[in-house]
Write a protein that binds this ligand. Structure first.
Ligand SMILES: *Cc1c(COP(=O)(O)O)cnc(C)c1O
Length: 354
């Protein structure tokens, strides 16, 4: 007899994007990471923290939570931090889900959603995309009296589409307050300014909105593991109760604080990615692989337009991308890595010998 709860035993394993820990000469375009090393000011802040790591961090990362609260115009008691925004979402799931309750999420979307929805025995309800974008009316229609979480990923990983802010606002107006709407904005920094939803205003207007953000993408701190949510204080308190004590390291807190202050440098890096996104999209289009419009730091080549074995063939040339049944996701990397990708494209189009 297995000692593992059936809800856990039945879960598939999380599949990360292929990375090249030992083989740095590969172009790593599979995990939506930043191609830039941490900013100098962030490295200095971390170095300043190192002599003190024999001490525990302050519980609940109060300095970072205060800074994030000021950033969003909310109270510190509304901010929860965790070892990556995935961890915060996992804690939220364990705080609100149980057998008989459900989480609704779009699919194809972020790999972690179906796993986290079911971890405490809750039901996961997948709602198919409409084309390459979220089907907000269908997501809303899937919410029942037992639904506690509606996950909205915008821009959507892996397809890159961002929800229309007006449509999203109407969804928030209509979803009943028995269901939290979790807006996962892992890639919001890459979204064109005029398309960004007014989330800080929405947080004041919609008590059932939970904002999920991360330092893993534009801030380039994926390896440190730090992310956060903004919610009503009662939800934040519940997240705190199920969070493992001292889960966020002092180094991560210091780095996130420094990164939050480095707005100018961050904007430059984001601008690079946006320009490069256009360049790589043009090259894909020229090669006959038109990507979907993207507001993230990645491009999506839908199955309908990709040659067979695209990811495998790119891997053969040392370029790692992320393969899904519905398409291939290509992270925007350094110019050198993107050049390797573009140079390899003609080879991917040669028919496989039978
Ligand atoms: C990368 C990503 C995250 C961030 O995960 P972390 O745990 O903060 O590294 C969250 N949501 C989506 C959709 C992502 O793609």
């Amino acid at each position: 007899m297995s000692l593992v709860r059936p809800a856990v035993a039945d879960l598939p394993d999380y599949v990360p994007g292929r990375t090249s820990a030992d083989v740095r000469e590969l172009a790593q375009l599979a995990s939506n990471e930043s191609p830039f090393p941490p900013l100098p000011s962030v490295l200095t802040a971390m170095a300043g923290e190192l002599p003190d790591v024999h001490r525990y961090p302050l519980s609940g990362s109060p300095r970072l939570r205060a800074a994030l609260a000021a950033h969003h115009g909310v109270e510190p008691a509304q901010v929860s931090v965790g070892a990556g925004s995935v961890a915060v979402l996992a804690h939220l799931c364990s705080a609100v889900l149980e057998p008989g309750r459900s989480a609704v999420y779009p699919w194809r979307s972020f790999e972690a959603y179906p796993l986290l929805a079911r971890i405490t025995g809750g039901e996961g309800v997948a709602v198919p995309l409409r084309g390459e974008g979220l089907d907000l009316p269908a997501l809303q229609a899937a919410v029942t009296a037992d639904t506690r979480l509606l996950l909205v990923c915008s821009p959507n990983n892996p397809t890159g589409s961002a929800c229309d802010a007006g449509e999203l606002g109407r969804l928030l107006d209509d979803v009943p307050d028995t269901c939290l709407v979790v807006l996962d904005e892992a890639y919001v920094d890459y979204v064109e300014h005029e398309l960004r939803p007014p989330v800080d205003r929405w947080l004041a207007e919609h008590p059932n909105l939970v904002l999920l953000r991360t330092f893993s993408k534009a801030h380039g701190l994926a390896g440190l593991r730090i992310g956060y949510s903004v919610s009503q204080p009662d939800i934040a308190r519940a997240i705190g109760k199920v969070t493992v004590p001292f889960t966020v390291t002092a180094l991560a807190e210091r780095a996130a604080l420094a990164s939050l202050a480095a707005t100018g440098e961050l904007a430059e890096r984001v601008a690079y990615v946006q320009t490069e996104r256009t360049r790589v999209a043009d090259a894909l289009r020229a090669a006959g692989l038109p990507p979907a419009p993207s507001q993230g730091n990645f491009l999506w080549v839908p199955d309908a337009v990709r040659p067979a074995g695209l990811a495998r063939r790119l891997a053969g040339t040392g370029v790692l991308v992320r393969d899904f049944p519905e398409g291939t996701r290509i992270t925007i990397g350094s110019q050198a890595d993107d050049d390797r990708l573009v140079a390899a494209l003609p080879d991917t189009l040669v028919p496989t010998p039978r």
